[in-house]
Design a protein around this ligand. Sequence first.
Ligand SMILES: Cc1cc2nc3c(=O)[nH]c(=O)nc-3n(C[C@H](O)[C@H](O)[C@H](O)COP(=O)(O)O)c2cc1C
Length: 335
Amino acid sequence: MTTLAAKTKLKPLQIGPITIDMPLVLAPMAGVTSHAFRLLCRNHGVGLVVTELLSSHAIHYKNAKTFGMFDWADNERPVSVQLFGGDPALMAEASQVVEAAGADIIDLNMGCWVPKVAKTGAGATLLKDVCLAQSVVKAMVDAVKIPVTVKIRSGWDPSQTTGIEFAKRAQDAGAQAIAVHARYANQGFTGRADWSIIRRVKDMVTIPVIGNGDVETPEDAKRMIAETGCDAVMVGRAAMGNPWIFGDIAHYLETGEHRRPPTLADRIEAALFHVKTMAANPAVGEERAVKEMRGQITHYFKGFPGVSALRCLLVQARTVEEIELLLRRENNAHS
Ligand SMILES: Cc1cc2nc3c(=O)[nH]c(=O)nc-3n(C[C@H](O)[C@H](O)[C@H](O)COP(=O)(O)O)c2cc1C
């Protein structure tokens, strides 16, 4: 991996004392980036994975469901655990809890705009009060020994590009890297990401900057690096059902060429690994794993002929065995 990073002329990503050889990051995605999916992406070459967001309030009140989401394991390290909250003391406490539970890095969520999170003063709402946000980062940094990072958006709306100013404040407070999803919070996922904001953040700080937003192809990743100078590229939606994207990007950056796309058999193996790993987690179990996979499994077969018929069958499957049977049958039909 180190050799590959060197050949791409990308430096390994350095987050405090942690060296991440391949500077590609799986974006945190609620309901998607479970241990199983993170491990799958690690096996396919991503350098760093981030958990979905965890509530500092829920950790304070020892909410069993939230503790059930402490699903990281040694085989996916380094793993960054993302927290949300707007209260410095609670965020410091939650940081200590996840550090004790084995997190390698703690990431502060300053991008979530959904009302359930934003109206509590957490997530992207912190972009409206950069002084408070800086206190949250400082409280987290002071509370733990492991590195703290921050994931921001460009600002709350285009009239307040506070993300750029905040990046410097985050660095001053001791953050060791900053990820920039180059959209405003009030955009949700609409419009296109404006990567010039990543460039402006990069000019503002000396800590590593991780670029994020609308990277769908290896060419996009190359262009993002060229246009923004970012130190690493974070991919979210384009990785769903497509863990190969990380190896594809690395290969393209190294050689300028594309790898062969995954075959149907490759896709089936990856989907089965995903659901089996999820089911094997005692905190999840087979019934919940099968239900949760319903929203994700068809991403593996996007664009394949007969995918809608397969989707109808897959969403009715009740067990991992049924899913495997359906997929093996599909493979036989195409071979
Ligand atoms: C289903 C879904 C869930 C997400 N959950 C989170 C989250 O828990 N924390 C976070 O910081 N961002 C979250 N995001 C935002 C992504 O991390 C990322 O910033 C965004 O999707 C843009 O990157 P992309 O264009 O590569 O998808 C989520 C995005 C999606 C699509």
